[in-house]
Design a protein. Sequence first.
Length: 553
Amino acid sequence: MYVNPDFIGPIELLTLLVPIFLYAEVHFRLPFFAGRIFKRQPEILFDLPYRIEAADLPILFLVKDADRFPIHLYEVAILLKDSKSGDLREHFSFVEEQVIQKKWFHKVYPIPVSRYASQTLRVECRATVRIGSQVITVRNDNYRGLSHSDFQTFIDTETLPGPPGWIAGDLHCHSAWTEDQVEFGVPAEAIYPLAKALGLSFCALLDHSYDLDDKPGSWTEPDPDLQRWSASRKMIAGLNREQSDFLIIPGEEVSADNGLGRNVHLGVLNHPDFFPGSGDSMEIYLRSRSESHYAHILEQLADDAMAFAAHPLAPTPFLQRLLISRGAWNRHDYHRKLSGFQIINGVPGGEIRNGKSAWIRQLLHGRKVFIYAGNDSHGNFNRFRQVKLPLWKLHEHQVQLFGQFINYVRTDINSGLPALIRALRSGHSIVSNGPFVALELENGNGEICCTGQTLVALPLRIHVIARSSSFFGSLKEIRIFQGDLLKQEEQQLPVVYLKNHISEYQGQIATAQLPDRGYLRAEVSTHTGKFALTNPIWFEQNAAKNKGENRLS
């Protein structure tokens, strides 16, 4: 994150206590104390997808804050190595000879890798630069105290396993318009080549509301003209016009009051106007109350927009609870315009389990809400670098990578942004970290309904399709769950075990002893521990009498 002055004053000192679990910025300093990670250099880093399904491996080279610390770039070198021995396979060299002295600079280098099909590669990236009078070689990044170790990527000959009629994307990532006291994202223009190499067709940019309303060059001073907000909308529209096979959903991560005086984040997609939200921004000293309750924001939501609870049950560190009043969404929160919950935020484990349990409780209370997946990535495609101890220590890990958790959505990219928003808002989607699973329900009249819809009368058959790939692992088991809205309980149907290491399954299951009102949903897992969850399909004996149902005609 870029800070305009060389050091900050005592009033802003508290901000340094907050980013313990946030992202790597090396230009914070205190009066008379710069800290161990401070450098009079711009951030210089490389990144690349953790997996690709393309002939070229896109390597992102990023330089940030060179307006403060100019550099002369001489050469960029890319070394491809054997994943086990580390022996050099190929060396690519790019002579640059340019002075970089602007705030953001990036370039994507496409490296041909088709000869390494179905292999894992180690990748070393080097930049030879002059900073002042010193010539140095940066290896993968110039963060102090990190490993600078080789990246790893898999050259996949198989595509993402979603079938025709479904596209995949990441619903929570940040661009360079997220830039404040503690974190920053990646230039939006750099996303497309890396996302497409991953096999994705869309992403949603959820830049922070408290960053989008700042004056250019400041991270605390509000801008009544909303220049950053306007520039972001203009750029996204332009990028969508340039690329016919990829959509960027314009969005905003709004800080809102959860009704208990705590700040939670609301993911707003495709709304035409700006929603203010600065409660957890630390932009106003000792003020941590957001401008609006989440329900007030939802009431203003445009018809062609949607909103979901962003990382609703993510653990909140103590200092964030204390200093900026961050909290979690109430497990019982509900609003007719809240499409659902982003229960996956790029980190496997307890947060997903807790989010799923809270979602199931909502379903059993008769609420038609959906689940979504994102990664909250800030330009992290292969490695997440973050602050561990403010001013002193960084560390790195392999979670919250762009495209690691995805949404498969039942739509066509050629149908455009409105159709994509409608499909997401209607729950025609599943969440996954690789494999695919979907249900269709069929009644006695031959009507078939898919995920997110309601079937008239009780289903007679359940159609199941599940798919995976070598990278994500062969299919292991399919679990189907039946919710009874009258008894408010969920039961698991007999498990479909798949022991022959197959990558695709299609079958029918006859139904029996169904409640008059309920839903069915499915989960699939692979032998490598990957998984996917569907949104529900509802069924109701008297659904035809109810208005407003999402029924397949």
